[in-house]
Design a protein around this ligand. Structure first.
Ligand code: PHE
Length: 364
């Protein structure tokens, strides 16, 4: 880096300027690379310092008329060295980068496990030709209950403890707003939007006035399905859900259908899958029954088609496409949290909502 001192070829200003400019550049680069004491020794050392060597090589043998221009430049160089020694802040390059410091780590985000689960379920039905429909979380009584065959004040409403929006009592009951308790109101919205054939999946957030515990949350997610066409039968429902459960939980999974009740399906069924933890032998997870209850379903109740027909007439739409004498359909609904808990072995539903990275990072 710092070269040996050469003899000067001449003593004119241009030669001297060049020679001292080179030395000044050497001072600048050596101050940034060495600790102050090594730098001092390199330039100001009594015996081998570069200033001493320059003085010996250039000043002593210079002709008389060159002493003054040489001396001025020599003193400027010496000043530069002394200034650099007094102001260690003037050499930031060596200290500016500390390669031992920890780096800035930017972790890319990942989809939340509930979203991933919801997407997986939706994907299974997309492969069967279903498309996605969405609806609002603030819903009217008509869509959430009435059109789904929950009459006003009927006890069936008690099964879905509802969060009502305040200040609605002056409205007719069908227009009163509430937080939707299930994704089923989107069935009605979709049937008002267009005629059959209809094959839709409805993922979304729902709200119930439930106390939180290990398996309940007042806000949770569902994926709903609706299929309406001519000649849709209960065996279509069974085949569809049996396929979907095997696509989600593995081809060894069996399904079984139990009689149940929902106001908007008739007949209605609860679907159970064979326990994926013990292959149906019985374990703690399935309460030693060998089966896990997973979803509700049934054939669309003709009363729902009638409500849709009446509403289409009221809105000035063609009322004929949903005549229950000509078409039939099935519907199903499942809880996303429950499926995610089974798929990932999560025992406390609350883990999905606290935002604790120690939990969430496991899904990265
Ligand atoms: N909406 C019902 C619930 O939330 C589930 C369901 C959907 C049942 C569609 C039958 C048909 O419990």
């Amino acid at each position: 880096m710092t070269d040996a001192i050469h003899h000067l070829s001449a003593y004119d200003d241009v030669t001297l300027d060049q020679a001292f400019a080179t030395l000044a550049a050497e001072v600048t680069s050596s101050v940034s690379l060495q600790d102050p004491e090594a730098f001092r020794l390199l330039w100001l050392g009594r015996k081998q310092g570069r200033l001493k060597l320059i003085s010996d090589a250039w000043l002593k043998s210079a002709p008389a008329e060159a002493r003054k221009p040489l001396g001025i430049r020599f003193n400027q160089l010496k000043q530069q060295i002394e200034v650099a020694l007094e102001a260690p802040v003037a050499k930031p390059a060596a200290q500016g980068i500390d390669i031992t410091l920890p780096s800035t780590i930017r972790t890319p985000g990942i989809p939340h496990p509930l979203l991933t689960t919801m997407d997986r379920v939706v994907e299974v039905f997309h492969h069967l030709g279903y498309s996605t429909s969405l609806g609002p979380q603030v819903e009217s009584d008509f869509y959430n209950f009435e059109a789904l065959n929950f009459p006003p004040n009927h006890p069936a409403r008690d099964t879905q403890d509802t969060l009502q929006i305040a200040g609605q009592s002056s409205k007719p009951s069908r227009d009163r707003l509430l937080m939707r308790t299930h994704t089923s109101p989107v069935q009605i919205r979709s049937m008002l939007e267009g005629p059959p054939p209809l094959r839709i999946v409805i993922p979304g957030k729902v709200h119930r006035n439930d106390a939180a515990d290990a398996t309940h949350s007042p806000i949770f997610h569902q994926v709903e399905g609706l299929c309406v066409d001519t000649n849709i039968t209960f065996s279509d429902l069974k085949g569809t859900l049996d396929h979907a459960m095997r696509a989600l939980f593995g081809s060894a999974v069996k399904t079984r259908f139990f009689p149940s009740f929902f106001p908007f399906t008739e007949p209605s069924a609860d679907v159970q899958i064979s326990c994926i933890f013990c292959n149906g032998k019985g374990c703690r997870k399935c309460k030693h029954s060998g089966w896990i209850e997973l979803l509700g379903c049934g054939m669309v109740d003709p009363a729902v088609f009638e409500a849709v027909t009446a509403e289409r007439r009221r809105l000035g739409l063609d009322p004929t496409p949903y005549d229950p004498a000509r078409i039939s359909g099935f519907a199903f609904g499942m809880g996303v949290e429950r499926i995610a808990m089974i798929l990932h072995g999560v025992s406390d539903i609350g883990q999905f909502y606290t935002g604790d990275l120690r939990f969430l990072e496991q899904f990265a």
